[in-house]
Design a protein. Structure first.
Length: 275
């Protein structure tokens, strides 16, 4: 092959051209933070079915902790927020294909999920509790054998419960409704839930109360893999909100309790935050 003017194209020339082309493509690749600033829109994945993380008001508008935190992110970036409804089945594919910029929902960063997307440091630690009859012990250690505890089959709740009460007898059911029903039908002595699910049940069933916390389950914001500038911005912003006290106020507003944990680490914020 020859260039115009008759000079031959060598293998070395082609390789150099390919490398230059690849470098140009790589350098022009846009990270999510840059894309949000360019388009003026933050595409926030939120849940419609899990208050107080996210639900819909009477007009069908997303409300809750996730939507409000997403709006704060957008305001800090000087852009608009666009809510995109996600589910347990769709959240990861929607991150991967760019339908959403972040999943501001209630996803536990398991190893399997972390192999598909990246996660911020936990932004909520969900309390794991027992629902018991009024007048019963609120100490989880009192629910070892021969007492029985219902829990959702395949959930991390069972692992947490066994770690807290090694002698516990777990009766597993397919979903939370069956877990609660087993308790109400006196098939078990307690039902294991996350605190927010338990609160929803006892709000309608005044004969039941919530125990002490026996474990904390990490919940994190999901983003595309290898998108470090966007991931860093989210982590730094949440820690700065914590430092100012705004994060705790937002949490209490929606969850009706003070957080039992701290952003980034149990012991402190990330060194350098606030400087």
């Amino acid at each position: 092959m020859r260039l115009q003017g008759g000079k031959p194209i060598t293998t070395a020339f082609l390789l150099a051209f390919a490398i230059v082309g690849l470098s140009a493509e790589t350098s022009s690749a846009e990270n999510t933070l840059e894309k949000i600033k360019r388009t003026g829109v933050f595409l926030a994945g939120v849940r419609p079915d899990y208050a107080p993380f996210g639900s819909l008001d009477n007009d069908g508008n997303p409300v809750g902790f996730g939507p409000e935190l997403s709006k704060i992110f957008a305001d800090k970036l000087g852009v608009q927020v666009k809510y995109v409804i996600v589910s347990s089945a769709t959240r990861i594919p929607m991150i991967q294909n760019g339908t959403i910029d972040a999943d501001v929902g209630l996803t536990t960063p398991t190893k399997q999920r972390n192999e598909q997307i990246d996660f911020t440091t936990p932004y909520v630690w969900e309390s794991m509790v027992l629902m018991v009859k009024k007048g019963s012990s609120l100490k989880v250690a009192d629910y070892g054998s021969p007492k029985k505890v219902s829990a959702t089959q395949g959930s991390s709740t069972i692992d947490y419960l066994k770690a807290a009460v090694p002698t516990v007898q777990v009766v597993a059911f397919q979903d939370n409704n069956d877990v609660a029903l087993a308790m109400m039908q006196s098939k078990v002595d307690a039902a294991a839930f996350n605190r927010f699910a338990a609160q929803a049940v006892v709000a309608k069933q005044p004969d039941y109360v919530i125990s002490e916390t026996f474990a904390l389950d990490p919940i994190a914001i999901g983003v595309r893999q290898d998108d470090s500038k966007w991931l860093n911005w989210l982590n730094f912003t949440m820690q700065e909100m914590w430092l100012s006290g705004d994060y705790q106020k937002l949490y209490e507003k929606h969850f009706k309790e003070k957080p039992e944990w701290q952003i980034w680490s149990h012991y402190r914020l990330q060194p350098g935050i606030g400087k």
